[in-house]
Ligand binder design. Sequence first.
Ligand code: ADP
Length: 851
Amino acid sequence: MAAGSAIQIPSRLPLLLTHEGVLLPGSTMRTSVDSPRNMQLVRSRLLKGTSLRSTIIGVIPNTSDPTSDCDDLPSLHRIGTAALAVQVVGSNWPKPHYTLLVTGLCRFQILQLLKEKPYPVAEVEQLDRLEQFTNQHKSEEELGELSEQFYKYAVQLVEMLDMSVPAVAKLRRLLDNLPREALPDILTSIIRTSNQEKLQILDAVRLEERFKMTIPLLVRQIEGLKLLQKTRKPKQDDDKRVVTIRPNRRINHIPSATEDEEEEEDHDDVVMLEKKIRTSSMSEQALKVCLKEIKRLKKMPQSMPEYALTRNYLELMVELPWNKSTKDRLEIRAARILLDNDHYAMEKLKKRVLEYLAVRQLKNNLKGPILCFVGPPGVGKTSVGRSIAKTLGREFHRIALGGVCDQSDIRGHRRTYVGSMPGRIINGLKTVGVNNPVFLLDEVDKLGKSLQGDPAAALLEVLDPEQNHGFTDHYLNVAFDLSQVLFIATANTTATIPPALLDRMEIIQVPGYTQEEKIEIAHRHLIPKQLEQHGLTPQQIQIPQVTTLDIITRYTREAGVRSLDRKLGAICRAVAVKVAEGQHKETKPDRAEVDEEDCKEHVTEDAKTESISDTADLALPPEMPILIDFHALKDILGPPMYEMEVSERLSQPGVAIGLAWTPLGGEIMFVEASRMDGEGQLTLTGQLGDVMKESAHLAISWLRSNAKRYQLTNTSGSFDLLDNTDIHLHFPAGAVTKDGPSAGVTIVTCLASLFSGRLVCSDVAMTGEITLRGLVLPVGGIKDKVLAAHRAGLKRIIIPRRNEKDLEEIAVNVRQDLTFVMASCLDEVLNAAFDGGFAVKPRVERLNSKL
Ligand code: ADP
């Protein structure tokens, strides 16, 4: 047992200065640490890394450390107790502090103070529990009588207590098992003694002296107990608990003359909190729970970790907007203007949002499907959500759900956990401070699932108008009414949204933008916003539309405008440096006159030689805008990232361009095929899903069965295309998993090119599912795919005939730039994909060598 064994403490100890209690060897004490020196000690000696380091520290009692760091070290008590920190609990209330649980090991005396800052460290000498001490049984003999006397009193005292209390029974056992010399310290810390008395015991280094001093304390306690037992009625006998002899006034709630101001202050705070609870507008159920908790809080010692927990809980309950809401101001005409002002294009979305708001205005209730905007990143889903809040005059709060895989993220942790907290919904309500905000549930398609429960299931309860008036967060443990909250969700794809959740929502597709739309968005919204953010004015920087187009086509390849926005930000930063450096001093008249229409010409020859970038000392007068042309672009953003690569890649037979849909928008996809001698095997690479692999097999089967009709032969001239031939099909961008049936027509075209040796037209892209009989079936995502083809500069697009209706959604200017070929069977696809068609050749009778 530690109390009896020899202990060797280090010769240098960091010192913890306490002023509240006195720690004696063999006993445990909880102490609050808040002075800068002590806090520093805890942080650097005990809390290095994540676990508590079992460092021995020196606890010096009776020292009131100044609250300011720079104040000089107070004079220190000469003798202290070396101690082990058993637990450290941090809290921020009412001010940052730690609560330390320390166990005393042995006495020491300070020989010399080695340093004072950031916390004191001293050279020390150990005073008891030394090896020679524990081995010297003779000292025990000398002390025999004293120690025997002490032991008797101790036993008498313990036996006066209620032995059915486990702690008392344990104490009784300890009296027999502990070495006698440890008893004075331990019993002094258990019985009712003042700090002064404890200090005297601590200072009594000689054991004999210690016994002598403790015996009167024991006798006093025994007498006190006898008196108490006499005055008590018999039925109160069972109140004789070990706590009654403890010096813990807080537990017993007996006000004492020495009770300090801090406790009163704390009491005031609790009273204030109670008042707040009573005057808050929380539900009846919540009020009941809170009053119960505050009653518990009043009885709890402040140093208990649960105190801070309960307090935080009650503070949150008071802060929650139980009944506080903003008044809706909804005027459809104003809403329309606001939506139009904030967002260019996206007509379908704006129309649906206005319908939704109009119904709300007429019906004045929120029951109905939750709107869910689905589209690629950067198309303005979040920003429309924000505008809806603005039109309604409501608070807006975004809850990012990407990667959330624990249901307590939504529903909170139960309060039994250390560090428990409410879920994101309740936290959001606390942040906005009203009970009717607009909550944007961002990226519902990226909710995860884990052992900690399914967050989607928790969201179901939140979103269901039939249930959400009684939403119970685990942390609150009382119902909160969410029925006034307007939920809007966003997602990149509906494929990964759990079906039950999808069922609660009305999906509104937000497709990507055309180049023209992007230019408009950039000039109407993004550029003015970036200028403002960088403190620039239109008099300082001018970005003509051709430059914007260059950024869109050569520096970004996206459905939305987020990268475009970032690139514009980069340009503004570069110009801000130039402006701040004040490098534009001299006049350059011809530059100044440039206006947007003229830009195209100006960007050519002469601008090439004098962009802002290649001439760092280029001189422009302060009022002249810095013109961003292609050369400036190259200098700021680097060489273009995307060049037209289409015609280059289609210079060999066996390559065709397909159109794919991804959650990030449409993409063009090159399909490559090659053949080699082999045994008729098909190899597919590029991380393909099962459906895509099936499409490849379908395509080969159809081509094999139609090889004669199209005069397709393998390398040895046979119509059996797989005879002695292996085929390898590759879908580049192998890092991305691809699946879906829409590559069918592209695979057929690619293989037809391979076996016929003819080149596919370099400006054609295609999409469509195929059947074994050669029919072309409709596919999804036509708008995004067409926009991707348009972005890539392709001219002709082959789509399934049954998708013709989808073209109506595409902007007229895009449609004008493109030629659409509607195909209902593979013959039509092949005819359109090859220059001069891919007509069925009249059958030329040839002698088969085998006949
Ligand atoms: P998402 O939520 O779809 O990923 P955001 O709403 O974050 O996209 O939009 C990214 C940026 O693009 C925002 O600054 C937004 O204002 C801007 N933006 C997107 N679409 C439009 C538009 N149609 N009109 C004006 N700005 C837009």
